[in-house]
Design a protein around this ligand. Structure first.
Ligand code: FYN
Ligand code: ADP
Ligand code: MG
Length: 590
């Protein structure tokens, strides 16, 4: 228990103070600052990602003084994205700390994104005084933050009394990690921090959360039903999502795929749960597998836009599928199409229950189906190999990504962060992943700006090198955080795919005016110089060999590095592979 003299207003960390009371007995005091630190540390939450300022500056300082790792960012959104990724990688809520009103709002995008992605995080935000905010009397950074956060996260709480910090933190932790994980908002009015409490009372108020994410066992009937449906399949397919990756039951997932012999399709962030070169991977036969399958088994993946909502052209004849879905959230069932066999529970318990019943003599899927998928996969792989063979200068996406594919093959345990449009879509299919939870990307929302936050959290949480493959546009959203990467000397190598703009660098202004087209950036920019400005390594390359050398050097040295990879400005396509979502006018274009 950290304690502090009330009159010292908590400037010194963990210093205990004794006050003489009238009856000569001694009373020890602590305050809100220290209680919050104690509550977090007691629950194994030792890292904070945030931006200092009123009213949480001293809190960050004291947290560091009391042994927490406090990583200060340049913008709250990236601190929030880092916290979310920390949550995804560790199954403990990642912490993001923001100042009131504008800082809180900047962090809110990340909180909402974490919730949408089912990543556990807690946004701790300082806020202005309730009395003034509620009467709308114009306080410094006045905002009813709790009300604003509520619809955008899984749960939102406010702590008004220091004695409630223990309970407040416990509630936030449970809400973030139990059931379907998500983002939690914890509102901390400025006055809370300085509130003084007797140590004995404070100690009693702390809560160590026991079994924060309890196992959720599936009903035996649900398992029987699922096995019946799977048994009836002629053309079964497994889809593995990032919920399965999050669950960290990698052996059970592998065993389920291998003992059923059913081909599987990894969703983007589930790549590597089984190695992408696994013989049962249907990733390179995606369209065929979706269209032709008759039973689809979803493991921690949702039938959202990324899977065309489980219906329509991509899924073949209407009524041709039956779905088995394993998910921790019962409300996910039937969200888009009918689920014939819902299995509700945590991934480990569900898969183990299935594996127990499967037995050793499980019938393998018909040869014809496996051959059909293998044939399509081999055709696509051959096409890809041919494209990757072209060694162009300046590079196109395939030339550059061919180099990075090889790097990851040789260093399968490093983390890959990936965002952009073309840079994302090409990298997803070109770069094979070999280990679970190594690929971090734009997730469910397809959000740009996760790059540096994800890279920083990946480096901090795993201690491993990180390769961030970034479109030039995507990088711009979080580019200032290269200073953060340099400041903490993180082993992050950023490769900016510089094709002079969004999608491509070739658009022109049809009016002939001096403004460039809205999708175009300064031509031949030198993003590498952003890194050298802060003492990191910057390199500009325009061919495959130089790119390979520069990346390997960066990863060997562990030095913060930014490689400006010059890509042919004609190389991209509009919106990458999701151009169908980007409406185009057919009238009035010059
Ligand atoms: C896949 N494919 C391959 C390989 N892997 N071919 C050869 N080798 C390998 N290793 C094939 C696969 O079978 C498909 O071909 C094709 O490549 C594309 O595969 P992908 O990328 O898996 O699938 P697709 O169709 O792009 O997937 C749809 C999607 C995906 C929505 C899931 O596009 C996605 O995750 N998009 C996220 C986009 C996003 O968020 N963007 C950010 C906003 S950018 P066929 O089977 O022949 O069809 C703002 O502008
Ligand atoms: P993807 O984008 O990879 O398809 P989604 O984020 O859409 O993945 O889906 C993840 C799903 O996994 C969510 O429906 C979520 O409820 C579920 N999930 C998360 N954690 C677990 C878990 N431990 N066990 C089972 N399901 C989980
Ligand atoms: Mg670009």
């Amino acid at each position: 228990m950290s304690t502090v003299a009330p009159e010292k207003k908590s400037k010194e960390a963990a210093t205990s103070s004794k006050e003489q009371s009238n009856d000569e007995s001694t009373v020890e005091y602590t305050d809100g600052f220290h209680l919050l630190i104690d509550a977090l540390k007691l629950n194994g939450l030792n890292t904070i990602y945030g931006v200092p300022g009123i009213p949480i500056t001293d809190f960050g300082r004291l947290a560091q003084a009391n042994g927490m790792r406090v990583i200060s960012f340049r913008h709250e959104q990236h601190a929030g994205n880092a916290a979310a990724i920390a949550g995804y990688l560790t199954q403990k809520p990642g912490l993001c700390l923001t100042v009131s009103a504008p800082g809180f709002l900047n962090g809110l995008t990340a909180l909402a994104n974490a919730t949408v992605n089912c990543f556990p995080m807690i946004l701790l935000s300082g806020s202005s005084e309730r009395e003034v905010v509620d009467l709308q009397q114009g306080d410094y950074e006045e905002m009813d933050q709790l009300a604003i956060a509520k619809p955008l996260c899984k749960a939102a709480f406010r702590i008004l009394h220091a004695e409630d910090i223990g309970i407040g933190v416990a509630r936030a932790i449970r809400a973030a990690v139990s059931g379907r994980p998500g983002g939690v908002y914890l509102d901390l009015p400025a006055k809370l921090f300085g509130q003084v409490v007797e140590v004995a009372k404070a100690q009693q108020s702390l809560v160590k959360v026991v079994d924060a994410a309890p196992a959720q066992l599936p009903a035996p009937q649900a398992i029987d039903r699922a096995l019946e449906v799977i048994k009836s399949a002629k053309r079964p397919l497994i889809i593995i999502g990032k919920g399965a990756a999050y669950a960290q039951v990698d052996d059970a997932v592998k065993q389920f795929v291998e003992s059923t012999g059913i081909p599987y399709l990894p969703m983007s962030m589930a790549k590597g749960l089984l190695p992408d070169n696994h013989p049962l991977s249907a990733a390179a036969a995606r369209s065929l597998a979706l269209k032709q399958s008759d039973v689809v088994i979803m493991l921690g993946a949702r039938l959202n836009w990324l899977l065309s909502h489980g219906k329509g052209k991509a899924w073949g004849e209407p009524g041709s599928k039956r779905f088995v879905q394993i998910d921790i959230d019962p409300r996910e069932m039937d969200s888009n199409v009918e689920i014939a066999a819902p299995v509700v529970g945590d991934m480990g318990s569900c898969l183990n229950a299935i594996l127990e019943k499967l037995g050793s003599a499980w019938p393998q899927p018909p040869e014809a189906w496996l051959n059909e998928i293998a044939e399509k996969r081999n055709t696509n792989l051959a096409k890809m190999a041919q494209r990757l063979g072209a060694d162009l200068t300046p590079m196109d996406f395939h030339t550059a990504l061919g180099a990075l594919k090889q790097v990851i093959k040789e260093r399968p345990d490093i983390l890959l962060v990936n965002e952009g449009a073309n840079t994302l879509d090409f990298a997803r299919s070109i770069i094979d992943m070999y280990q679970p939870r190594k690929r971090l990307d734009v997730g469910t929302w397809g959000i740009m700006g996760i790059g540096m936050g994800a890279a920083i959290a990946a480096a901090i949480e795993t201690g491993k090198p990180v390769l961030a493959v970034e479109g030039d546009s995507a990088f711009g959203f979080s580019g200032m955080e290269v200073e953060t990467i340099c400041r903490y000397k993180l082993p992050v190598c950023i490769v900016v795919f510089n094709n002079n703009g969004i999608y491509r660098g070739t658009d022109t202004n049809p009016t002939g005016g001096s403004d460039v087209a809205p999708t175009v950036f300064v031509k031949d920019s030198r993003y590498d110089m952003m890194m050298t400005a802060f003492g990191g390594v910057g390199v500009s390359v325009d061919n495959r060999d130089e790119l390979t050398t520069a990346v390997n050097q960066a990863l060997d040295s562990g030095k913060p590095t930014l490689i400006n990879a010059v890509i042919d400005e004609n190389a991209g396509t509009e919106s990458g592979r999701i151009g169908n979502l980007n409406p185009q006018s057919t009238v009035g274009k010059k």
